[in-house]
Design a protein around this ligand. Structure first.
Ligand code: AP5
Length: 221
């Protein structure tokens, strides 16, 4: 099964994608993570993407469409993938549908995390990420065991540059202008399912598991 996680910045898409991929064996594809990795490595894609990401703007469509299309062509995507942060506008959605259909694949479900702007802002202002392995924490809801240190690799925890208040506000504007449109787009295709992104991590995970069970998906636990 191929699933898209749709929702505003801070909706909890990345957090749920991690636990869902462990539980159901999906390949987790995050365009944000792939782009941040490219920036870190200083690749040509990273060099082009950096300025857009720092401002909270969308990276040009051709760049992200190429990296996602290339990623889903790899063997490990054949057992189903969870797309986190893509598509983000009509052009990306249309072109991705076309690319999938050439490979006899399709998006089976779009999970929309309906989330209030206040919750998004609170989550992103408190998010801390490991500069080394990229693991996510939150100073209130998911604190690290040792303040400022990653639980997994002991790397330093940092506040993402695009999680600063002004940039978060711009990311929410961009979401409203470009990405919100996709709710109706996938609703019309009959594949949109809604959950509340405002729930805490465990409650949201339970809600998604119930929804997946109705679709015949069984997890490990
Ligand atoms: P990206 O990394 O995709 O950022 P985003 O979509 O804005 O999503 P976030 O990672 O901020 O939020 P999330 O919903 O994953 O929440 P998370 O689980 O981390 O994109 C970054 C940039 O890359 C973009 O601005 C753009 O420039 C570029 N880009 C990426 N994709 C692109 C595309 N397709 N096209 C063009 N450009 C693209 O959680 C957030 C925090 O809340 C964490 O601290 C977490 O611990 C906490 N938390 C999570 N869930 C809960 C919960 N249920 N309750 C309480 N706390 C929670």
């Amino acid at each position: 099964m191929n699933i898209v996680l749709l929702g505003p910045p801070g909706a909890g898409k990345g957090t749920q994608a991690s636990v869902l991929s462990q539980e159901y064996g999906f390949l987790h594809i995050s365009t944000g993570d792939m782009l941040r990795e490219a920036v870190k490595k200083g690749t040509p894609v990273g060099k082009q993407a950096k300025a857009y990401m720092d401002k909270g703007e969308l990276v040009p469509d051709n760049i992200v469409i190429n990296i996602v299309t290339e990623r889903i062509s790899q063997k490990d995507a054949n057992c189903g993938f969870l797309l986190d942060g893509f598509p983000r506008n009509k052009k990306q959605a249309d072109q991705f549908d076309q690319a999938l259909s050439k490979k006899d694949k399709k998006i089976d479900m779009v999970l929309y995390f309906k989330t209030s702007p206040e919750v998004s802002i609170k989550r992103l202002s408190g998010r801390r990420v490991c500069a080394n392995c990229g693991a996510n924490f939150h100073i209130e809801t998911m604190p690290a065991k040792i303040k400022g240190t990653c639980d997994y690799c002991h790397g330093p925890l940092v506040h993402r540059k695009d999680d600063q208040r002004e940039t978060v506000e711009n990311r929410l504007v961009v979401y409203k202008k470009e990405t919100k449109y996709l709710i109706g787009y996938y609703e019309d295709k009959g594949i949109l399912k809604e959950v509340s992104g405002d729930f805490d991590v465990e409650k949201l995970f339970e809600e998604i598991k119930k929804l997946f069970a109705k679709e015949g998906l069984r997890g490990a636990g």
